[in-house]
Each structure stands twice: as structure tokens, then as C-alpha cells.
Design a binder for this molecule. Sequence first.
Ligand code: AN7
Length: 359
Amino acid sequence: MAQPSHAWRGVIEHYRARVDITRAISPITLLEGNTPLIPAPRLATALAQGKTEFELFIKFEAGNPTGSFKDRGMTAAITQAVADGAQTVICASTGNTAASAAAYAARAGIKCVVLVPDGKIAAGKLAGALAYGAQVIAINGNFDDGLRMVKQASERAPIALVNSINPARVQGQKTASFELIDTLGDAPDWLCLPVGNAGNITSYWLGFVEYHRDGLATKLPRLLGAQAAGSAPIVLGHIVEHPETIATAIRIGNPARWREAVQALDDSGGHITAVSDEEILACYKTVSRTEGIFCEPSSAAGLAGIAQGVREGWAELEGKRVVCVLTGHGLKDPDTAIKGTVPPITIEPNIEALLKVID
Ligand code: AN7
């Protein structure tokens, strides 16, 4: 049945002329993209700590079909892989890429193999990858080990690599910048986001530069990247052999798109900073309580970057329009969500018991 003409058709079709991948087949899509851009005034006030005032929007990428921003790039990577004749795709992942690759492979009717760090992947991501029917392999190692292994596998066997070193991933991912500009009418002053393997920051910058070059935006944003302090290779300027952080999505010590990220940060006049797990968790709680927006811990790293920049005085936010990308859904990591809260109390099933405990 033909879709009604106003229906959203996913990022490849919507940005047809700009997503540079094969046109040999119709897109493998779950109608990803078109995610909400939510004004967040109460969160802005909380992050500003009485020191400044700025306008804040949340680009809620958890609104994608598998609950993270990865779906934008994955629709492109899987479409390209299928057009190239791949029967199997492979990736290393801290979780969200795995779930996304698994879903799009299922959609395409091909096999998917994912390598994840044993015990360091949030429950909702593992659940997704398994539900979508991927072969999930846990390794006694971290993401960086996994990426090395899947690169080798794709060289030795007829398996397509769908990590973000695959150029199609960036082509799909950059559509997030287009959506921002299409919604706001121009680029924001700051774009703020967590950085792990550095595919997302690279892609956003590419998208902004493209729209600006073609006269669809009058300016370029400054990029504010945030890494977890225990996994901050770009901030430190060297590989981190044993990355650690509660924000397991960004537990990465040797980002694949390191060079591109540094270039983007430089070109934008931006800033990259390391935020502690405590700072991440504080913002993680604040965003859900002030705005009703539930993200996973890694996503809150970007917010923590803003809070830190305000506290330390280096973030020039006064009067600016700031977009913060929340990359993944809070439901991805129920364990961390529950750990940080007071457990529910149990009462007898009568009204007296209820009235006694409502505070
Ligand atoms: C929620 O899934 O690397 O800097 O294997 O899941 O583009 O890597 C995830 C990364 C931020 C960092 N927020 O983005 C993977 C993976 C969330 C993430 C990042 C990830 P990049």
C-alpha cells in the first residue's frame, strides 16, 4: 500500500539529495529520525546555577526506533551493505550500536554478529540485540578490543563492518544537524553532546558545514563535547588502555574518529571536557526530574559538560541558544536508574495504609 504523501519516510528518503549512499535499492528503514526538539527551560535554569541565562533545547534521540541516535547511521550502513550484497554484518559495541545493527539487519533479513564487552553493557541494550535476533558475543575485553577484532573479521571473511568507521554511517548520522536547522530555522550557538567513538560529533559537524555551505544556515555552532573522566582519550591527548565509567556507552579508550573530532572541535571554536561519573549522575537525575525527559547516563555527559563549563566559567552561554543531544533512552539502563533512587515502599491494600504514607 502506498504511504500517504505527508508520512515521514526515514532519514535517507527525507534527505535524499544529501545522504551519499547507494541508490541501488530502496532504503532499509524503520522510519528513524524526525526526533523531538524539546525546549527545556527548567533544566536550563538548573544548569545555569544562577550565573548565566541561556535558551536550551533537547534533541531527544531516544525517540528513534531502537531508542538511540545510532539508527540514523545504521539505516544508511545496512542499506549500503545489502546493496553491496552482504549476507552478514558485524560490529563491536558498547550496546546501542549492537541493538541498532541487530534491528536493521532483521529488517533486511540478513545476519548480524555483535561483540560487546562482557558485563559492561546495559541490560536494555543486550535485551534489544538479543530480541532482534543478533548473535551476541561477549568478549573478555573492552570496546577497543572488539573494534580491532571486527575489523580483522571483515577483512578475512565476507562480512560487512557497520561500525562508524563505515562512511555510510556518517552519511546517515549527519541528518540530525539538518533536522536541527530545519526546526530552529538556523544553527544553534552551541551543540553539546557526549563523545565516545567520536562518530556522532564528526557527523553533526559535517551536517552543519554542509547546510551552512549551501546557505541553509547563517552560522555554524560551537561544539561542546564531553567525555567521561575515566575514558577521556581526546581530552587527555592519549589512548586510555583501561577505560572506566558508569556511562558504559562511552567507555572507549581509542576513538575511531579521533582525528575528525579534534578537527571539528577546532574548526567550530569548540571545547571538549572530561566530566566525572558524579557530575554525569547528577545531571542524569536533574534532566528527568526537571523536564520529564529520561536519558541514559552517557547522554547526560553533555549536560554535565554544560554544568561544568558554567561552574568553571569557560562556557560562554549568556543569551545563547544551546542544543544538547540526548543520545539514548533511560530505559536502556534500568539498573543505574533504579540504583539511584529510593525503592518503593510496600503497604497493605487499604486506604488507611495509603493515606498514612503519602507525603
Ligand atoms: C548513548 O554503541 O559506541 O562518540 O558501540 O551509545 O559517536 O561513539 C555508543 C556510543 C553517546 C557516543 N551516547 O557516541 C556503541 C557506541 C550514547 C552512546 C555515544 C554512544 P560516539
